[in-house]
Design a protein around this ligand. Structure first.
Ligand code: GNR
Ligand code: NI
Length: 176
């Protein structure tokens, strides 16, 4: 297992649409394990493969609280089958947009079908934080970020800040 570097805004990789997983094999399970290790290290409660530069339709989630038994979930080729009309608002963050948080409104519950790490077809009726997190991660598979769900004014501010941070990090860009 290994911890992978995270892709950070405004890297255009985050806007790629990920490709369906064709085979749930040892290679895919290794990727899922690396994603879980990277997520626990960050730490975060979810991670999509594209956040470590792999454009495959795969995400991991663990909502266990600190001190609890880990509850790693692997979702392969997830598809939202049904969304509730009822909405809920959560303060979201993203490992690809460090230290920025904003309230996002989404369907309060979703029914999602997916393959598990054994390649077995599964369905989940998700509510609460699991519903929000699944939607946040599935958005990543489609090149969508949580800031796409906030006002354009706020989004433009965040993108500008991260563009400036990225520019300041380029070697050779000296002051003066
Ligand atoms: O760690 C994370 N926390 C979080 C909080 C509220 C809603 C969604 C999330 S997902 C985020 C990790 C991440 O960036 N996943 O893509
Ligand atoms: Ni995210």
């Amino acid at each position: 297992m290994s911890i992978k570097p995270l892709i950070i805004l405004p890297d255009p990789v985050l806007r790629q649409v990920s490709k369906p997983v064709e085979r749930v094999d040892a290679d895919l399970r290794k990727l899922a394990d690396d994603m879980l290790e990277t997520m626990y290290d960050a730490p975060g409660i979810g991670l999509a493969a594209i956040q470590i530069g792999e454009p495959r339709r795969l995400l991991v989630i663990d909502l266990a609280k600190e001190g609890e038994e880990p509850q790693p979930h692997v979702f392969i080729n997830p598809e939202v089958l049904e969304s509730s009309d009822q909405r809920s608002v959560y303060e979201e963050g993203c490992l690809s947009i460090p230290d920025y948080y904003a309230e996002v409104e989404r369907p309060a519950s979703v029914r999602v079908k997916y393959l598990d790490r054994d390649g077995k077809l599964q369905e989940i009726q998700a509510e609460g934080l699991m519903a929000t997190c699944l939607q946040h991660e599935i958005d990543h598979l489609n090149g969508v970020l949580f800031i796409d769900h906030i006002s354009k004014l706020k989004r433009d501010m965040v993108v500008r800040k991260f563009k400036k941070l990225a520019k300041d990090k380029v070697p050779g860009k000296m002051v003066g």
